[in-house]
Design a protein around this ligand. Structure first.
Ligand code: FES
Ligand code: FES
Length: 188
């Protein structure tokens, strides 16, 4: 009886790369990426911006939140190629050298973090909230805005307090060069 051998199936052809041009933390970036590469992986693996944390990878935890064109988005739900032509802000944009920005300072002063894994998600969600304008939100409104980010440590009270105090301090900070209206430092 003759043994029949079958050739193993050919591996699938690699998908063609997609060119993208974007601005990340004020820096122009051009790259060729696989069409299914997530934005979170692009930021972390290609650009080394590992401050964007990845938890659930399915849009539930909010750890991966970044700001795109002024709005908070979950970067695990976005493809890198969707960043083309957009302006991206990650948590690395907030501090200047080793100086925390006012929002980060408010988190520190309010003890709004413990392990810190969720913190970039809250900071970028709050940053986008600051871009919305409209003055100081209530604690309830802050709670609604941050509802998409999960924290296993703090119980949220201190996080709400930090964001509230950041907004409350905005008029003073807005006169500072480093945190003027519309800057990454203070709410508009
Ligand atoms: S890692 Fe993106 S929402 Fe959880
Ligand atoms: S501080 Fe640990 S998960 Fe939020």
């Amino acid at each position: 009886m003759t043994a029949h051998t079958t050739a193993p199936p050919a591996p699938p052809a690699p998908e063609p790369l997609v060119e993208l041009t974007t601005t990340v933390n004020g820096r122009d970036v051009t790259a060729a990426v696989p069409p299914r590469l997530h934005a979170a992986d692009f930021l972390r693996q290609r650009l080394g911006l590992t401050g964007t944390h990845v938890g659930c990878e399915q849009g539930s935890c909010g750890m991966c939140t970044i700001v795109v064109d002024g709005e908070a988005v979950k970067s695990c739900l976005m493809l890198a190629c969707q960043l083309d032509g957009r302006s991206v802000q990650t948590v690395e944009s907030l501090a200047t050298d080793d100086r925390l920005n006012p929002l980060q300072q408010a988190f520190r002063e309010s003890h709004a973090l413990q392990c810190g894994f969720c913190t970039p998600g809250f900071l970028m969600t709050a940053t986008a909230l600051g871009y919305q304008g409209g003055g100081c939100p209530s604690r309830e409104e802050i709670r609604e805005e941050i509802a998409g980010v999960l924290c296993r440590c703090t119980g949220y009270e201190s996080i709400v307090t930090a964001i509230e105090s950041w907004f409350a301090g905005a008029p003073q900070r807005a006169s500072d060069d480093e945190a003027g209206p519309g800057s990454a430092g203070g709410p508009r």
